[in-house]
Ligand binder design. Structure first.
Ligand code: ATP
Ligand code: MG
Length: 253
């Protein structure tokens, strides 16, 4: 059975797509079979994996028009199910009973093809995010070291609680990942302490690895590749490698 990990935060621009992509590639580089699912109509993950014009997409699965196994594309490193703007009408076409379980059902049709499925979600707590959380063993919350991120995590927690209550009692929060970090500012350090306290109150942790703000991330995405292939010696590639190692370690214990 594959382990399903969703990257969530309803706050925009915190590094969800970057983290989902990099985690997927990092796990693949460790020898695991990985499927990435782009569940965001913005299709940023599909863009950086050069699949934004793919013919089939996750919407075909949600609408019941295609089997999940027929919507998988080979990316540079991981397999991927892309998305496109048609997904923005998901609220309308996902209206029947059982709508929260569409992704879970689809993933069960993958059999044991993958060790990991990593899902990228939109900056919203709507039906797509609920689908992802319902299908997941774990979620990871990327967050900036800023006060509004802190506020957002409280709101996010009520959604996770509702999912645990109604559709997936086994969902676990693996941790909060501090992204776009600038260690030079005292404010960042203070807010990191506050994030650690928030994590404790949510019975989770802040990952030891912090992802620094670095232009190499943007450059790698312009080149439609991942940070490990783009510049494996960069400090930010090492940050992400530490994070991937922590994810694997936390699954082994
Ligand atoms: N560590 C980083 N250093 C510098 N830039 C970064 C870093 N992480 C992400 N970015 C940039 O920040 C922007 C937002 O990142 P990303 O798209 O991963 O966030 P997101 O949470 O998925 O956004 P959205 O909520 O819109 O889906 C992108 O332009 C990305 O290139
Ligand atoms: Mg995104």
């Amino acid at each position: 059975m594959s382990k399903v990990i969703t990257v969530i935060n309803q706050k925009g621009g915190v590094g969800k797509s970057t983290t989902a992509h990099t985690l997927g590639v990092g796990l693949k580089n460790k020898g695991y079979d990985v499927l990435l699912i782009d569940l965001d109509a913005q299709s940023n993950l599909s863009y950086i994996t050069d699949l934004e014009n793919a013919q089939k997409s996750v919407i075909d699965i949600l609408m019941g028009n295609e089997d999940i196994n027929d919507c998988i594309y080979k990316g540079e490193s991981c397999d991927i199910i892309p998305s496109n703007t048609r997904l923005s009408s998901a609220d309308i076409f996902l209206s029947e009973t059982g709508k929260e379980y569409k992704i879970k059902e689809a993933i069960s049709n993958l059999g044991d093809k993958y060790d990991f499925v990593v899902i990228d979600t939109p900056p919203a707590l709507g039906i797509l995010t609920i689908n992802a959380l319902t299908a997941s063993d774990y979620c990871i919350i990327p967050a900036g070291a800023d006060i509004l991120s802190l506020q957002g995590i409280g709101q996010l927690y009520s959604t996770i609680d509702a999912v645990k209550k109604y559709t997936n009692r086994d969902l676990k929060i693996m941790g909060i990942l501090i992204t776009r970090y600038n260690s030079r500012t005292i404010l960042s350090r203070d807010l990191t302490d506050m994030l650690v306290e928030t994590a404790e109150s949510l019975k989770t942790k802040v990952f030891d690895a912090k992802i620094r703000e670095a232009v190499a991330i943007k450059e790698s995405q312009i080149s439609k590749t991942d940070i490990f292939s783009y510049d494996n010696n960069s400090k930010v590639a090492r940050d992400y490698q530490d994070f991937v190692n922590e994810v694997v370690e936390s699954l082994e214990v």
